[in-house]
Design a protein. Structure first.
Length: 190
């Protein structure tokens, strides 16, 4: 009788150990270091999931349609990004006003764009507004949008403050070098 109990316990402990490994492997990244440790396939999948949630937040579209446009299944979005979604009264999934999903985004610096990990959708939105102002300045010469960001910083996933570049000469130099393209907000293309 004692032998049976021990084998059951060992099978259960092996099973729970395998489950822990699996959940750790599939766990969403919380820092840039965790994101970098994942495979490039997972990174691409994660970027797509976050892209679907961003699309749901910014456009009036369904989870199914946004997922189809980005190229990931709605089931995968729910699996990895479900914490950022809620079901509305109509039964459709909607993005919450704020989420804590990690995003790898680009920030211009004096040396050129650099990739940072952002763990808050509001900080990512601030960075997106900044990028829109920079692109408007480079396209039209209107610097009023960039001036609004003087002294403004964003906070990355590790809590560090990242100042936003508002020096027009440096932005002109980076724009002339072609490193501030429209697609440059996201570090990787999904």
């Amino acid at each position: 009788m004692n032998g049976r109990r021990n084998t059951k316990k060992s099978k259960l402990s092996k099973l729970s150990k395998n489950r822990r490994r699996r959940t750790t492997k599939l766990a969403p990244p919380r820092t840039g270091q965790q994101y970098s440790a994942k495979t490039s396939r997972f990174q691409d999948l994660w970027d797509r999931v976050v892209g679907v949630i961003s699309k749901l937040r910014s456009q009036d579209t369904s989870l199914r349609q946004a997922s189809r446009e980005i190229g990931v299944s709605p089931r995968t979005v729910l699996r990895y990004g479900g914490s950022a979604l809620r079901k509305g009264p109509s039964g459709r999934y909607q993005a919450k006003k704020r989420d804590r999903l990690l995003r790898m985004l680009m920030v211009p610096s004096a040396e050129g764009p650099r990739e940072i990990a952002m763990g808050d959708s509001r900080q990512a939105s601030t960075l997106g507004e900044y990028w829109n102002a920079v692109h408007r300045y480079l396209a039209t010469g209107d610097s009023s949008g960039v001036k609004k960001f003087e002294g403004v910083h964003v906070i990355d996933a590790e809590g560090k403050q990242i100042p936003l570049l508002t020096d027009l000469r440096k932005l002109d130099r980076l724009g002339s070098a072609g490193v501030l393209s429209f697609e440059s907000l996201y570090g990787r293309t999904a």
